[in-house]
Each structure stands twice: as structure tokens, then as C-alpha cells.
Design a protein around this ligand. Sequence first.
Ligand SMILES: *Cc1c(COP(=O)(O)O)cnc(C)c1O
Length: 499
Amino acid sequence: MYVSTRGNYEKVKASEAIKLGMVPRGGLFVPESIPTISMEELYKIDGDLYQELAERILKLYLDDYSAEEVKDCVINAYNTANFECESMAPLVKLKDKTYILELWHGPTAAFKDMALQIMPYFLSKAIKKVGSEKEVVILVATSGDTGKAALEGFKNVPGIKIIVFFPYDGVSKVQELQMTTTDGNNTYVVAVKGNFDDCQSAVKDIFADTGFKGSLDSQGYELSSANSINWGRLLPQIVYYFSAYLELVKKQEIEPDEKINFVVPTGNFGNILAGWYAYKMGLPINKLICASNENKVLTDFFSTGVYDRNREFKQTNSPSMDILISSNLERFLFEVTNHDAEKISQRMKDLNTAGKFTVGEQTKKDIDKILAAGFASEKETLAVINEVFSNEGYTLDTHTAVAVKVYNEYVQKTGDRSKTVIAATASPFKFNSSVLEAIKGKEAIRGKDEIDIVKELSEVSGLPVHPGLKDLDQKPVLHKTVCEKDEIKQAVADILEIK
Ligand SMILES: *Cc1c(COP(=O)(O)O)cnc(C)c1O
């Protein structure tokens, strides 16, 4: 069963948690208890590792889904029609003791595909199980990557409409074109004159707006979410922490049961939280290292115990991490305080009213045991792309570069030489201008549009252009709606023709 982080809702089954997206009165669903898994059993798997792991892990959390249903979801999502490569998430050795887990081989070139290729199947099955006759409207706030990944996952899925809000001027040209050229008979994309936090807060407010939801209800609609506030989005991300580990064992890079580190470029704290669940399930992890860009609200929180969003929001060259309110931290704090819903409700209230909250000494100590954190500036991000390209011949995207920089600093500071996996969250082609600038200097991008830069980056890096990013300039722009940040609810009403 799944419980609310704020203790304000009844326990629900997995399908209900996924269908609701978030707790209707505010709060997020988490599993009542975390299942464990035997590493011994996992070491014995051969054959299609990713699919087999996905089935075993998902089953433990989706216990109102039958084994066949889970298998069906896995087969439909994790195949070579959707992912460029057979292992789904390949592991590349960067240098001694350091590995890159490429999570961007799905259709939209960012790690969001790892979850959003399967989540629509969870949801379709959930709707059937719950026996709802309403049409489900998925509201998505995106800092750039979730939007397209969700559109691809949900387009043309019967019984579902999807509406995506992205920050106007806050995403790269490629990201914008990826979204605005999406076809499908149930897709809507709106540019918001605000930043990601504005989009996310508005969406959360709509979820908590009982009056508005009443109007939707009477017109035959109900809401759900494809953001990582939805458990169905977080859950599939647990799988690749295991797949990476098992691949290291298989390649004899590590001994079975050897503890390793994971470094995760972090925004909404979803990806790294999935790593924490993997750890709790029994994966031998030494440290989870949380890497932020100049919006380093998490780095500060982990060093001081004070979460303070009262600061300037910065637009950086790793835009998918430009976030000041990391939603999934709520889940993490709920977990590390042993499900103290009262405390969490109070902190979230503080965050809402004062823009900040503080955790106690003990909580901070508990967090420090497993989590380390750091950040990289924009300049450091570009420098590390250049350095890794020159030294290792590997092309990093900006988000992954933030992680590499934070990791290098972590090693210097701690001397911890445990083997380490760095999560690569996007293809370098997705953030092509910054990557080419980092490698060849500012002159190389001056006056060029992104489409040409993509081609040039392909020549310079020797990598083929990611299929999801090819020919974007040839496709018609189908979505042109722009709204102010206080008009998001109205935009939903207009699209759904709610009076
Ligand atoms: C979404 C995203 C992130 C941040 O992931 P969270 O789960 O929100 O912490 C990092 N990098 C890229 C490329 C992303 O798209």
C-alpha cells in the first residue's frame, strides 16, 4: 500500500497512487514499506538483464498488477524499437574506477525516457483496474526534458489527454522544437512566461484545487501527473541502479557485494531518490552524490540542514536542473524520519509560507551517512566537458558534466576511491551549443542556429546525431500557445473547454 507523506489521505494501492499522481490534498505517495531483494538471486540472471530486472523489481511495488500485466508493460517499453541499444542503459568506462551510465538512448535523448516509456502502460492498466470512466488529463510541468518524454510516452494513448507547460525562453531551441512539433490526437503544449518553478507550482495548485477539480469532474475529466511527483514515474528509475551494478559485476570490474558510489545530476530529486530506494532494497551503495548547478539549494541544504529557496533563480547551461523547489525531497525526508508525517507537513508548510525549513540534527546525521552533495558553476561545467573530451575522448552533456565536476571534487575532499557510476542524463546533442562551445570555444557557435550546431557537434565528436533530434527543423510547429504564469489554470480550462 502507498501512504501520503503528509498523513492526510487513506492508504491506497499502487494503481490508485499512479492514477492519482499525487495526494489530492497535497503530499506525495510513498510505499508503506520498502521491499528487499536478494543480490544473490540477481547475480544469477543471464539473458536480457534489463527486462528481467525490471520485471522483478516492478512486481515488488506493483502488487495489485498481475505478473502478466507487469511483463506486458516491460515488453512494450524496453525494446529496441524504443531504445537505440540492446542493454537500454549501457555502461561506459570513463577512466580508472569511474563509469558513465548512459540513460539517454530512448526516443527523446534524455533519461526521462527510462520512466516515461513505461509509465503510460502502468497508467492505462491502472485506469482499467480502478474502473474509472473518466478521461484522464495528465498535467506536466517541465524544465525541458520531461515534456517531450511524456508527450512521446502518452501520445495517442486512448482515454488520456496530455497538457505540457514549459518555461518560455527557459529551454533550449532543440527542447522547444521537440515539444512544439509533437503530433498525436491528444497532445497540448503551452509556453509559460515564467520559470520551471512557476509551472510546477501552478500544476500542484491545480491538483489541490477542489473547486476546479469539481468542474473537471462534472465534464468527465480527472487529473493525473507524469512528473516525478507520480510514484509511477519514480519507480522504473530504480531498475537502472541495479542494472549498472550487475553489469559491473558481470564485467568483473567489481566483486559481488562491493559497495560503489553513484553520482546523479539532480533537479527535482527524483532520479537520486530512486537510487536511494535501490539502496534500501539491498543494492550495495556506499554514497549517493547529489550534483547541482548554480541553483544549489540542495547542496546548501545538505551542508547546513536548512532548505532555503529564497534566492535568485538562475538560468544555466544545464537547464533541466534549474529548479529551486525539489519536490521529491519531501519523500526523502519522510523516509529518513521514519514516516513522520506531522513533521513533514510542518516543513512543507514552512516552505510554502517562509520559503524555507530546517531539519533536526539527527535527521541531518542520518542523511550524511548515505548522501554527499556538491555543485558546479556554468564555467566549471564547460571546463569539465573540454577536459574530459581532451583526456578521455568522451563527450559529456552539460548535466552529466556537472556530475563529473562534483565527483572530482568529492574525491579530492574525501579520498574515497570506491568505484563510481556517474548517471549521464542527456545526450550531448540535446545541449549542443554549450557542448560545442566547451569543446571548440565561443567562436564556434557564434551566429549559428542549433540545427547547424548539432551537425557540427556530430563531426567534432564523431558521434551520430541522436535519432530523436534529427530533422527537427523540417517538422511543422503544431503548438503555439503562450500564457502568463498566472493563467495556467485558465489554459487548462480553455483546452478542456471547461466553463
Ligand atoms: C530531469 C533532468 C535532470 C534532473 O533529474 P531529477 O530527477 O529531476 O533530479 C537532470 N538532467 C537531465 C538531463 C534531466 O532531464
